[in-house]
Design a protein around this ligand. Structure first.
Ligand code: SF4
Length: 295
């Protein structure tokens, strides 16, 4: 029998995996995780709870929306004939991509103040990110095998790992490169491991789906014009799987005990939930009666 499983995502951070389902033959799916949700739990279990269980809304941020618009331009760029994939062409696609996003989410303009000055400088920052992209590679000489690829796999314990890969390049010899664009700056020393975790997560899922270990995992930081790359081996990906399973067990323990601890850190400065966080004098809302964490 084929069961179609659709798992919800936090209202405050709509997941692009919303509405997608997976056929799982006779397997009881215990839950789902994406790299972002693993990152949330590791950073702060209470943040994970607010996003995936309470589904608290979060206001959009200019940084996050810049990422969305720049990703869209880079995705669409590869629809053009190779010779037309130029910096000027990409720049001309920016405002239409922003306009299309506003049509779907008209409230986004509220991020910016009156008068339009903030939008102008924000669009300039999007343009700068695209310029950095062209300093890192020349898309006229690339033909990605996949863009914005939804990937998923089920572990032996019934945990669904899933997410979207920005780009997959496959060479003539079959070797795979996983590429992820970041519109921000490269992480400082000591934070690369965290950044690479997301890529290893995708490396693991692709290995499970295609039976081939990606040769290269690559993060392109368009804020600072840097590339962080890593060539994983089987041991790396098995270790990643163990880590994800351990995170899921910790989530299940928190769910069963109702103990979702806040973890104060520098990331709190960007957290939308300080008003309901005990670390900032707030009180979390009562837990919903049915607690089903999902990415
Ligand atoms: S403010 Fe900090 S400690 Fe509180 S939920 Fe957000 S990230 Fe966690």
């Amino acid at each position: 029998m084929t069961t179609h499983v659709t798992l919800p995502s936090p209202a405050g951070d709509p997941s692009p995996t919303d509405g997608l389902s997976t056929p799982v033959d006779g397997v009881d799916v215990v839950g789902a995780l994406s790299p972002s949700r693993v990152g949330d739990f590791l950073a702060c279990p209470l943040l994970y709870r607010f996003r995936t269980i309470d589904h608290l809304p979060e206001p959009p941020s200019p940084d996050a929306v810049r990422g969305t618009v720049v990703h869209k331009v880079l995705e669409d760029l590869f629809d053009l004939p190779a010779a037309e994939r130029t910096p000027d062409q990409a720049a001309s696609m920016l405002e239409p991509a922003w306009a299309a996003l506003q049509e779907v989410e008209p409230d986004l303009t509220a991020m910016f103040g009156e008068g339009g000055g903030e939008i102008t400088s924000w669009l300039a920052s999007c343009r700068a990110a695209l310029d950095q992209y062209f300093r890192l590679e020349d898309p006229r000489y690339l033909e990605p095998a996949e863009r914005e690829l939804y990937v998923e796999t089920l572990t032996d314990t019934g945990l669904l790992l899933r997410g979207f890969v920005d780009r997959l390049d496959i060479a003539a010899d079959g070797s795979i490169r996983v590429v992820d664009y970041k519109s921000g700056r490269a992480p400082g020393e000591g934070w690369e491991g965290k950044a690479l975790f997301q890529l290893k997560f995708y490396g693991l899922v692709i290995w499970r789906m295609r039976g081939v270990i990606p040769t290269r995992l690559q993060l392109m930081y368009l804020g600072s014009g840097e590339i962080l790359s890593y060539d994983p081996d089987e041991d790396d990906l098995l270790a990643t799987e163990r880590k994800v399973e351990a995170v899921w067990r910790a989530i299940a323990t928190a769910r069963d005990s109702g103990d979702w601890r806040p973890r104060r850190s520098a990331l709190c400065a960007w957290c939308a939930h300080q008003a309901v966080c005990p670390e900032f004098g707030g009180t979390p809302p009562p837990l919903p009666e049915q607690v089903t964490p999902a990415d």
